[in-house]
Design a binder for this molecule. Structure first.
Ligand code: SF4
Ligand code: SF4
Length: 327
């Protein structure tokens, strides 16, 4: 059987990924990774890391922007991408590499495993379903690896930003022993440290250094902020002494308290693979996207700007009235 040249193979990898709905494809040589990187624990003979990025449709975020539909973002732009589209694309690329005589190992982010000793959580997942203590299984640093593949840059708030979609994409990798031509790492040029991501979070979960408090984020991602939650019932959080501060996104939240609060709010049942519906609508990323669009930094243009009117907010004084009546 005759095999492709390496140039042909790279082009075929890109075509296969794009045919499977990937929007961006980038290639990093293994030499860009430190010898201690999990990459070599996963696949010691690795020669190339391939990143596939799939856009998050801005239409899904418009539903949350308008306050009309929330469930669609999580089912289609989180679960469907992570559990269906992205693994399918990575599998097809890996099959192609195997057909050409190489080994290939798809790397899907394991969202339900958290390192045993770290007290963080994954706000996208139902916290009770997250497994701790399985940190013997190495995982790539997804954002760092995508940057090495030339896909984009790391933002102030720790997300991946690309010229095409800003912060609105999800990523998966294929590691292979095929030595494919690398793409250049791009010089950071999108994030200007404007702080819009910090200001937009209804739960004040991102600090002035850009670090996100993941337990706090879990509470507000799932709808803890009454100012941005059309589903909050008048007596939600009624037993909390600092209820109004909590609903306003200003209460102190420890990891223990976050676990307790998350058991008390259930605006949507978790979706099949333990994903929880984003009621905050990833306001941090949306604000970043709006900022990059306003700055004219994104390659893809649309007939209308994403943000068409000032961001809406509920008046939470109603919660105060009901609380007083029940004292
Ligand atoms: S909102 Fe501003 S500071 Fe935050 S990531 Fe985007 S560009 Fe950077
Ligand atoms: S806007 Fe949402 S996703 Fe972003 S930090 Fe705040 S709660 Fe978390």
């Amino acid at each position: 059987m005759t095999h492709m040249t390496m140039k042909e193979l790279k082009n075929a990898v890109i075509k296969t990924a794009v045919d499977c709905a990937a929007d961006l494809v980038g290639f990093a040589p293994a030499s860009r990774f430190d010898k201690q990187d999990p990459l070599f624990a996963i696949f010691p003979q690795a020669k190339t890391v391939i990143c596939l990025a799939f856009r998050i449709l801005r239409g899904y975020l418009r539903g949350i922007e308008e306050g009309t539909t929330y469930y669609q973002y999580t089912t289609m732009s989180v679960e469907n991408l992570e559990e269906v589209m992205m693994p399918s694309g990575a599998l097809r690329v890996a099959q192609l590499l195997e057909e050409e005589g190489f080994k290939a190992l798809p790397q899907k982010r394991q969202r339900l495993i958290i390192n045993e000793n770290s007290d963080i959580t994954n706000p996208e997942m139902q916290p009770g379903d997250i497994v701790r203590g399985l940190d013997k299984e190495p995982q790539l640093d997804f954002i760092d690896s995508a940057v090495k593949c030339g896909i984009g840059e790391k933002s102030f708030h720790g997300q991946l930003l690309t010229d095409d979609f800003g912060p609105l994409q999800r990523i998966i990798f294929v590691i292979t022993d095929a030595e494919l031509e690398p793409d250049p790492v791009s010089e950071p040029h999108l994030c200007d440290n404007c702080g819009e991501c910090v200001k937009a979070c209804p739960g004040h979960c991102i600090d002035e250094k850009g670090m996100t408090d993941s337990w706090r984020c879990a509470v507000y991602y799932k709808g803890g902020a009454g100012v941005k939650n059309p589903f909050m019932r008048p007596d939600d959080f009624f037993s909390e002494k600092d209820r109004l501060e909590l609903i306003a996104g200003e209460a102190e939240i420890t990891p223990e308290r976050a676990r307790d609060l998350l058991r008390k709010i259930y605006f949507y049942p978790p979706i099949r693979h333990s994903y929880v519906t984003s009621i905050c609508g990833r306001a941090c990323d949306t604000a970043c996207y709006v900022h990059l669009e306003e700055q004219g930094k994104l390659k893809r243009s649309f007939k209308q700007k994403f943000r068409r009117r000032p961001v809406w907010k509920f008046d939470i004084s109603d919660f105060d009235v009901i609380g007083d009546e029940r004292k």
